[in-house]
Design a protein around this ligand. Structure first.
Ligand SMILES: [Zn+2]
Ligand SMILES: [Zn+2]
Length: 276
């Protein structure tokens, strides 16, 4: 079994209105590409910040600029006009867990993907004036804050899958990395995922970002496997051609790390299926 659950039906750019992309024919394009690439379990997970209801959770300027779409319409579209699993990519916003849980509880997802994109008001993966690295030049501090948030996202109990668990490295060599062994940062996050009973996403998206590395790096995958944290496999596609990106090398890496099964979700129940 191969999965691709962390999938967006449109790019993040402006001009990608819901009515252009939330269509049966667009969903079909994704399904066809996934089938060609041997991916049987396909779901979508739109960014929560693109829906107006997200402003009840948080009023960050980036969200205010993007929150235009109707969440109920997205849910009805996926359930009634496609054969895809219904997911959502929701942010972990410290202090807003209850509001986010209320928003998510109003719908019957197949899975909820939890992402750390912001540390306080500052962005991990947006290179504008909100960039965390403009505020915190210390790699040790940024990584510590990032992994503390990742652990808190697992413990929050809101999410089924913890997304791209090393997004903090997205910019690659243009930002500093901590000098110490990175397992120091991974460890508490792994423990939190284990305690919370959530799955850890292995995302091939990092391979097509400036860093050019998988999220997370092999040592963190190995730690997750050793601890018994279930692995979920996704590409974070924003166009059909990203589906299953670099899966061949990734499946090999996962096997090498001792992964035999991957997580499959339906109505927020998880089961494990053989990898590959
Ligand atoms: Zn994300
Ligand atoms: Zn995403």
């Amino acid at each position: 079994m191969l999965t691709d659950y962390h999938v967006h039906l449109r790019p993040d750019d402006p001009g990608t209105a819901a009515e252009l992309y939330f269509t049966g024919s667009n969903a079909e394009r994704y399904r066809e590409t996934a089938t060609e690439r041997g991916i049987a379990e396909l779901g979508v997970s739109e960014h929560i910040h693109r829906f107006s209801a997200a402003l009840d959770v948080w009023q960050h300027p980036f969200w205010r600029a993007n929150a235009t779409d109707d969440l109920d319409a997205y849910v009805s579209f996926v359930r009634e006009e496609t054969d895809l699993r219904l997911g959502i990519e929701a942010d972990f916003i410290a202090g807003r867990e209850d509001r986010m849980a209320n928003l998510l509880d109003a719908h019957e997802w197949d899975y909820v993907i939890g992402s750390v994109h912001f540390l306080g008001e500052h962005a991990v993966d947006i290179g504008d004036e909100t960039d965390i690295w403009r505020r915190e030049p210390s790699a040790e501090r940024v990584w510590r804050l990032y992994y503390e948030a990742l652990a808190a996202s697992a413990i929050s109990g809101i999410f089924d899958i913890i997304a791209h668990p090393e997004l903090v490295k997205i910019w690659g060599p243009t930002r500093p990395r901590p000098a110490k062994d990175l397992r120091f940062y991974y460890e508490p996050a792994i423990e939190a995922m284990l305690d919370a009973g959530v799955a850890m996403e292995v995302s091939t998206a990092g391979l097509r970002k400036p860093v050019g590395e998988i999220y997370p790096a092999r040592p963190m995958i190995e730690m997750a496997v050793d601890a018994g944290v279930p692995i979920a496999l996704s590409s974070d596609a924003h166009v059909p051609d990203h589906l299953g990106y670099a899966y061949e090398q990734t499946v090999e890496l996962l096997r090498d790390c001792g992964v035999k099964e991957i997580a499959v979700f339906e109505r927020r129940a998880r089961r494990m299926e053989p990898l590959g």
